[in-house]
Ligand binder design. Structure first.
Ligand SMILES: NC(=O)c1ccc[n+]([C@@H]2O[C@H](COP(=O)([O-])OP(=O)(O)OC[C@H]3O[C@@H](n4cnc5c(N)ncnc54)[C@H](O)[C@@H]3O)[C@@H](O)[C@H]2O)c1
Length: 448
């Protein structure tokens, strides 16, 4: 194979792994680099490599046949397009693009121009992942697959804070680590369909936690992808395959690589080898990274529709407190309350509502609630919101969970229905007039 002239656009945190791989691979010859930061260019100029502060200038220089793009996520689409239109082959860091529409457009440009469009998914070249793939039995013997991608994002960022800016990154852990985890699952099991996605621990609109539930198209193996950007320190990146006969196969992607990011050296060599083959085959129009962009986009569509945010660092409301003003001591098995359609109720300052515990867990609007215990009436001095799922606490102790409301006494007051596993009254809870009660947002829900 004769060597091809390669440019690298973006000289930040990940670029050194490409540069090291280029230096070790006779198939590539580094001829140009680009970065806005001139300080990063100086050493390359001394080596006779062409240096540019504009990617268009690099692409127009006639010195490259292919480029590696290692720029913030929002710049991938325009820079890829500019390269493909000049018939320059592209190897882009994941995610190929933030928006699926851009990925689809770039596929068309790649097909029209014949320039390769290739996404760098480094974990499919990890030696432990490849060993695991060799050992995998057929899908009919696999019960489930779990991938974990846990890290502290601050340890992986360069000096620029673009990862934490939703407009530039496109999201948080789901768009950042999701593609590597999802591609690893896809490498092991083939195409995947998303079944559910939950995000949490949101900080300025960027999620630090994600939980994706998928299924392999061939064989239907269930796949869980756990993403966490908020590990106190260190990282966990592994795959666990549970077999139907009780056996377990696994791959710790970092095993044997004790120095930070040291597994990346062999993985990025794999990327460049595969990119070169892809170019030789006439482009990677089939598996170009857009399948992963589609899964990530769908995961956000699903997760952002969900009202609850498990693992939220900043809850959406503080504890909402009231005090008991009238106690009740009886229970009934034939009360005939009905679950109202409302998931939440606003409470005005000075309002009084009735607190009712139930043995039952009504879910459907109109469902009858017969077996209840009466705690009494609570007054609320401040305005606030009570919602389904809130923990109900007495003197700081969790006693039950709000399951909804009955409005047989509205507009005078609501019955707040609290699932407590028993029909509790003021007696069992030892309530007094003036006892402090609280409704607290439940931020540690298991993903549904
Ligand atoms: N850091 C990692 O561990 C890691 C791992 C895998 C993939 N990636 C991916 O690699 C890409 C780059 O990530 P990074 O961590 O290296 O980012 P980074 O912020 O460290 O580096 C980006 C570089 O691009 C330069 N740049 C920004 N705008 C530019 C422009 N218009 N023209 C030229 N240069 C410009 C910046 O000066 C900087 O040197 C991202 O898509 C990321 O998802 C990163």
């Amino acid at each position: 194979m004769t060597s091809m002239r390669l440019g690298v656009i973006g000289l930040g945190s990940i670029a050194p792994f490409f540069l090291e791989a280029v230096a070790a691979d006779a198939a590539w010859d580094l001829t140009a680099v680009c970065d806005l930061d001139r300080d990063k260019l100086a050493a390359f100029a001394e080596r006779g490599v062409g240096v540019h502060t504009s990617y268009e200038e690099l692409l127009d220089s006639g010195t490259v046949d292919a480029v590696v793009i290692t720029l913030p996520n929002d710049l991938h689409a325009p820079v890829i397009e500019a390269a493909l239109e000049r018939r320059v082959h592209v190897c882009c860091e994941k995610p190929l693009t933030v928006a699926l529409a851009d990925a689809r457009r770039l596929q068309q440009v790649s097909r029209r121009t014949g320039a390769a469009l290739f996404t760098a998914f480094h974990r499919r070249y990890n030696r432990h992942v490849r060993d695991l793939r060799e050992q995998l039995p057929s899908a009919s013997h696999i019960a489930s697959v779990r991938l974990r991608y846990h890290e502290k994002i601050e340890e992986h960022m360069g000096s620029d804070q673009w990862y934490l800016d939703v407009a530039r990154c496109g999201g948080g852990s789901v768009i950042d680590n999701g593609p590597n985890a999802l591609d690893t699952a896809r490498f092991l099991l083939g195409d995947l369909v998303l079944e559910d996605a939950t995000i949490g621990n949101l900080r300025s609109g960027v999620e630090y936690w994600g939980d994706l539930r998928l299924r392999a198209v061939d064989g239907g193996v269930p796949v869980t992808v756990e993403l966490d950007w908020a590990l106190p320190e260190g990282e966990t990146k592994d795959v666990t395959v549970r077999l139907k006969d009780g056996g377990v196969l696994s791959a710790d992607m970092l095993a044997g690589y004790t120095a930070f990011k040291s597994s990346l050296s062999h993985e990025y060599r794999g990327i460049l080898r595969e990119f070169r083959s892809s170019v030789a085959r006439g482009g990677a129009h089939g598996d170009d990274g857009s399948a992963i962009v589609a899964l990530v986009e769908e995961a956000y569509r699903t997760a952002r529709r969900k009202e609850k945010r498990p693992r939220m660092a900043d809850p959406s409301k503080g504890p909402f407190a009231g005090r008991m003003v009238k106690l009740m001591y009886h229970s009934r098995d034939d009360r005939g309350m009905h679950l109202s359609p409302w998931g939440s109720r606003c409470v005005s300052a000075g309002a009084v509502h009735e607190l009712v515990t139930t043995f039952e867990s009504p879910r459907r609007t109109g469902e009858k609630v017969d077996r209840v215990g009466f705690l009494g009436f609570a007054a609320f001095d401040e305005p606030g919101v009570i919602e389904r799922g809130d923990a109900f606490c007495v003197d700081g102790r969790v006693v039950g969970t709000v399951v909804g409301f009955d409005e047989c006494h509205a507009p005078n007051h609501y019955n707040v229905l609290i699932a407590a596993g028993r029909q509790l009254t003021a007696t069992e809870l030892g309530l007094s007039v003036g006892t402090r009660i609280e409704f607290r947002e439940n931020t540690e829900l298991e993903p549904s």
